[in-house]
Design a protein around this ligand. Structure first.
Ligand code: F6P
Length: 545
């Protein structure tokens, strides 16, 4: 069944939210906390080893009630059922959206065109497991009989960002294999990776859902040429494997059928790390850990499917984000993990969130008359505190921020971890409470400042506070908790797309640039430049001169 078409701004709940916004927009969170000592008790969700405290938001109980009323009125429950049961919710590409089936348990049944796809998924999982074990245990050898020491993942977008983020994120759990990533068509990227590896001991995993992507095919060809300087054509079979839906193009590239890991068109590129696209994850941390990642995601799937909306983490976080995006006109959201391991989380989520919900046409084919997709950015704490936090604290923009922290450190250095986490807690407190004039004056007096100098400095040192944050406190960074965390954001994307009445699972907006780049490349080769606007013509002529 098709997704319902609902302009959210025409709903009763939206109108109530507009009126409610006028009533509470100037309320101070600080005051809400001082008048209600049970606020954190009220506005938090505990699930598994996750604590999500959303009390430091510009909300009252009525705000949450109205946001959930909106979710209900828009038909979110039914949409969630359609999402998990394989309905064609990617209507513009005529596909189901079933990355959740990739982490289903073996006894679950998920149907696509009347066929249960779970057995097929488990067959591919088995081949990932067998292949991983053979490489990790050194049973498969390279063309000179040596075991593999390095793996290069060649892919871009969803065929790079997810695996790269998880491989980095789960570094603590890694084995002896060194995993590298080549994504950019910039030849310097591939050449820098080639400097670090030995063709005799390197496995190349070409990941491309379509196997038509310029960047990936160019890098794969360059790498194959480099490899063939040392090896023979028949050695390619030992060193190159591919993950794709496009078996024909992969075979034409020269990869043997038995070296192809299939994927399916009902998995979107940016949601594909759970499929064989995650082969480099499995190679890096072992199949058991890869499977734990999937299990963690599956648990979050069940939570999302089953928990009532008021206790449902993805639903609450999605609706809060809509509150800021559509009522407070916040344009961006920051995501700050307090672990260096997750330094690639924000770039990964940028694709997930911005490629999915960066749409301006509603499901009715008409331009929307409200804001959709949020701009996502972030860097790990504490580094980000020394980079851009100034603007979050004292700038003119409202930037709702997710703080993600872990109770335990992996290497167990309590001294460091307590310092890290003190910063984690301090930042959300500072963003909430700020520092008022009295406090600043008191500090300046204590520092022995003249009253004249204190008067001058006072306005610069005041922090308004009242900046909204969500705190996600998780027991430990593990394959399971990371799987659940990523699935949480995937479902947040889904909820927002449903409410905003857009199609979250296509990405037509990336096509135009690709088409133009292809025609410009032909013109550069032919040295004939005159088909563009005057600026582009001017620049291209300068480039070739
Ligand atoms: O950027 C557009 C896009 O289609 C992404 O959605 C996708 O993840 C990426 O390109 C790579 O595509 P492929 O896996 O087909 O090479």
């Amino acid at each position: 069944m098709a997704l319902a078409i609902n302009n959210p701004t025409n709903s009763v709940a939206w109108k109530k939210l507009e009126a409610h916004f006028e009533e509470i927009k100037n309320l101070s969170m600080k005051e809400m906390f001082s008048s209600d000592s049970a606020r954190a008790e009220k506005f938090h969700i505990e699930w598994n080893d996750f604590i999500v405290d959303y009390s430091k938001n510009k909300i009252t109980q009525e705000t949450i009630d109205l946001l959930l009323e909106l979710a209900n009125e828009i038909g979110l429950k039914k949409a969630i059922e359609g999402y998990f049961s394989g309905e064609i919710i990617n209507q513009t590409e005529n596909r189901a959206v079933l990355h959740t089936a990739l982490r289903a348990t073996e006894n679950e049944k998920v149907y696509v065109e009347g066929k249960n796809i779970v057995p097929e998924i488990f067959e591919v999982k088995k081949s990932i497991e067998v292949f991983t074990n053979e490489i990790v245990e050194g049973k498969r050898k390279g063309f000179t009989g040596k075991s593999f020491t390095d793996v290069v993942n060649i892919g871009i977008g969803g065929s790079d960002l997810g695996p790269a983020m998880i491989v980095e994120g789960l570094q603590y759990y890694k084995n002896h294999l060194n995993v590298h990533f080549v994504s950019n068509v910039d030849g310097d990227h591939v050449n820098e990776v080639l400097k670090k590896i030995n063709p005799e001991t390197t496995l190349f995993v070409i990941v491309s859902k379509t196997f038509t992507t310029q960047e990936t095919l160019s890098n794969a060809e360059t790498i194959r040429e480099w490899f063939l300087q040392e090896a023979k054509l028949e050695d390619v079979a030992k060193h190159f494997v591919a993950v794709s839906t496009n078996i024909k193009n992969v075979t034409e590239f020269g990869i043997a059928k038995e070296n192809i890991f299939p994927m399916w068109d009902w998995v979107g590129g940016r949601f594909s790390l759970w499929s064989a696209v995650g082969l480099s994850i499995s190679l890096s941390v072992g199949y058991d850990n890869f499977n734990k990642l999937l299990k963690g995601a599956n648990k979050m799937d069940n939570h999302f499917k089953e928990a009532p909306f008021e206790d449902n983490i993805p639903v609450i976080l999605a609706m809060l984000s809509i509150w800021y995006n559509n009522f407070f006109n916040a344009e961006t959201e920051a995501i700050i993990p307090y672990t260096q391991y997750l330094q690639k989380l924000a770039p990964y989520l940028q694709q997930g969130i911005m490629e999915s919900n960066g749409k301006s046409v509603g499901r009715d084919g008409k331009l929307v008359n409200y804001q959709t997709g949020t701009i996502i950015w972030g860097e790990p704490g504490t580094n980000s505190q020394h980079a851009f936090f100034q603007l979050i604290h004292q700038g003119t923009k409202l930037i709702p921020t997710d703080f993600i922290g872990f109770k335990k450190s992996l290497h167990g250095n309590k001294g460091h971890h307590d310092k890290l986490m003190s910063n984690f807690f301090a930042q959300t407190e500072a963003l909430l409470m700020g520092k008022n004039e009295n406090k600043v004056r008191e500090e300046l007096n204590e520092a022995g400042m003249s009253s004249e100098r204190a008067d001058y400095l006072l306005p610069f040192k005041v922090f308004q506070g009242d900046k909204p944050t969500n705190t996600l406190l998780i027991d430990k960074l593990s394959p399971e908790s990371l799987g659940a965390l990523v699935a949480l954001y995937e479902h947040k994307i889904f909820v927002q797309g449903i409410v905003w009445n857009i199609f979250s699972y296509d990405q037509w907006g990336v096509e135009l640039g690709k088409q133009l780049a292809n025609s410009i490349l032909t013109e550069l080769n032919d040295k004939k430049i005159n088909t563009h606007d005057s600026s582009t013509n001017f620049l291209l002529r300068k480039y070739i001169s």
